[in-house]
Write a protein that binds this ligand. Structure first.
Ligand SMILES: NC(=O)c1ccc[n+]([C@@H]2O[C@H](COP(=O)([O-])OP(=O)(O)OC[C@H]3O[C@@H](n4cnc5c(N)ncnc54)[C@H](OP(=O)(O)O)[C@@H]3O)[C@@H](O)[C@H]2O)c1
Length: 322
C-alpha cells in the first residue's frame, strides 16, 4: 500500500480510501465490519462516510439515516486513532427548512450528530458534500473554521465542487484568515473524465488533495452489466441504484468492451484495470473504493501498487476518442 500527503498538509493517507456508502444501505452491519477489518488489515488507513449514508437513501422519502457512521462508530471503538476518518455534511437529512445545506445552523447540528454516531470527539476531514448556492460561502467557511478551533474537526474539504467554487472559497478563506479546503472529492473514472479539464490542473497547481469517488463507475467498470435488462442479482443495479443506471449508455457499454480487451492483454481483471488507471493519474491522491463484498477490497489492494507504462496510458486515451 502506498501512502501520500493529502494536499498541502502533513496528513498521510493510503492511496486506497474505503468508501462506506454501502454500509447499512445494501449490506448489513456484520458484512460491513468484515470489509472494514479486511481493509485495515491490508493497510488502508483512510475511510470515507457521510451523515447521509444509510437506509433512508433508497426509500420514497430519501433522507439519509447516518447508519454508515453509526456502524463505523461501533466498529472502530478502541482503534479510532488508527484511521483517518472523513465524513460529510450538506445533503438533506430531514424535511425541515434547515435540514440540508451549508448554513451555520445545519452544520453545527450535524457535526454533533456525526460525532455522536461515530463515537469520537474529532473528525479528521470534514467535507461539505455539495455546493450550496443559497448560503454565503463566508458563513459556511466561518462555521467550519470555528469547528477546527473547537478541536471537533482537523481539516476541511469539499465534494462535488467545481474548480471555480474552490478557487472562490480559497480567496474568501485567505481574505478572512479562515481554514481552507485542503481536498476535494469529485467523481472520476474511465467513463467519466470531466475533471481533467479544470479540476485536476487546478488541484495540482494549488496543492489541493484529490480523493476521487466511483473509480469503477459504481460497478459499471467491473463489466458485470451487459445491458439494461441483464443485471446480476446482489448487484447495485438489482438494488435499484438510480445513479448507476446513468452509466448504462451505448457509448459506455462499447467502451467497457474495449477496456476489457486491453485488461485481458495485461492479465488483470477489468475492475482492477479501471481502478489502477485512476491510481496512475498524478493529480489523484486516493481512490475511494466502494466495496460490498470482501473480494472487492482484496482485489483493489492487490492492484494498488501497479505503475502503468506510458504507452498503456496512451492506448487507453486512444480508445476513448475512437
Ligand atoms: N461525494 C459524493 O457525492 C460521493 C458519491 C458517490 C460515492 N462516494 C464515496 O465513494 C465511495 C465509492 O463509490 P462507489 O461505490 O460508487 O465506487 P466504485 O468503486 O465505483 O463502485 C463500487 C461497486 O463496484 C463493484 N465492484 C467493486 N469492486 C469489484 C470487483 N473487484 N469485482 C466486481 N465488482 C466490483 C461493486 O458493485 P456491487 O456492489 O454491485 O457488487 C461495488 O459496490 C462511496 O462508498 C462513498 O464513500 C461519494
Amino acid at each position: 500500500m502506498r501512502y501520500k500527503k493529502l494536499g498541502h498538509t502533513g496528513l498521510e493517507v493510503s492511496s486506497l480510501c474505503l468508501g462506506t456508502m454501502a454500509f447499512g444501505r445494501w449490506i448489513d452491519e456484520e458484512a460491513s465490519i468484515s470489509i472494514l477489518d479486511t481493509a485495515l488489515a491490508q493497510g488502508i488507513n483512510f475511510i470515507d462516510t457521510a451523515n447521509y449514508y444509510g437506509k433512508g437513501q433508497d426509500t420514497a422519502v430519501p433522507y439519509g439515516t447516518g447508519e454508515s457512521e453509526a456502524i463505523l462508530g461501533r466498529a472502530l471503538k478502541g482503534r479510532r486513532d488508527q484511521v483517518v476518518l472523513a465524513t460529510k455534511v450538506g445533503i438533506r437529512t430531514g424535511h425541515g427548512n434547515n435540514d440540508s445545506g451549508l448554513s451555520r445552523t445545519h452544520i453545527m447540528r450535524e457535526v454533533e450528530n456525526s460525532l455522536r454516531r461515530l463515537q469520537t470527539d474529532y473528525i479528521d476531514l470534514y467535507q461539505v458534500h455539495i455546493f450550496d448556492p443559497n448560503t454565503p460561502l463566508e458563513e459556511t467557511l466561518q462555521t467550519l473554521d470555528d469547528l477546527v478551533h473547537q478541536g471537533k474537526v482537523r481539516y476541511i474539504g469539499c465534494s462535488n465542487y467545481a474548480a471555480w467554487q474552490i478557487a472562490k472559497s480559497h480567496g474568501i478563506s485567505e481574505k478572512l484568515n479562515l481554514q481552507k479546503f485542503i481536498s476535494v472529492q469529485p467523481q472520476y473514472n474511465l467513463l467519466s473524465r470531466e475533471i481533467e479539464q479544470e479540476m485536476l490542473p487546478f488541484c495540482q497547481s494549488e496543492g489541493v488533495g484529490v480523493m476521487v469517488y466511483s473509480p469503477m463507475a459504481r460497478g459499471m467498470l467491473s463489466g458485470k452489466y451487459k445491458s439494461h435488462e441483464d443485471v446480476p442479482p446482489e448487484s447495485r443495479a438489482a438494488h435499484g441504484e438510480k445513479l448507476l443506471k446513468n452509466y448504462f449508455t451505448a457509448r459506455n457499454f462499447s467502451l467497457v468492451e474495449q477496456y476489457r480487451a486491453i485488461a485481458e492483454r495485461h492479465e488483470v481483471s477489468l475492475s482492477q484495470f479501471a481502478l489502477s488507471w485512476v491510481l496512475n493519474q498524478p493529480a489523484v491522491t486516493s481512490a475511494i473504493i466502494g466495496a460490498s463484498k470482501l473480494h472487492h477490497v482484496t482485489e483493489a489492494v492487490e492492484i494498488s501498487d501497479w505503475a502503468w507504462p506510458a504507452d498503456l496510458i496512451k492506448e487507453v486515451n486512444q480508445a476513448d476518442v475512437e
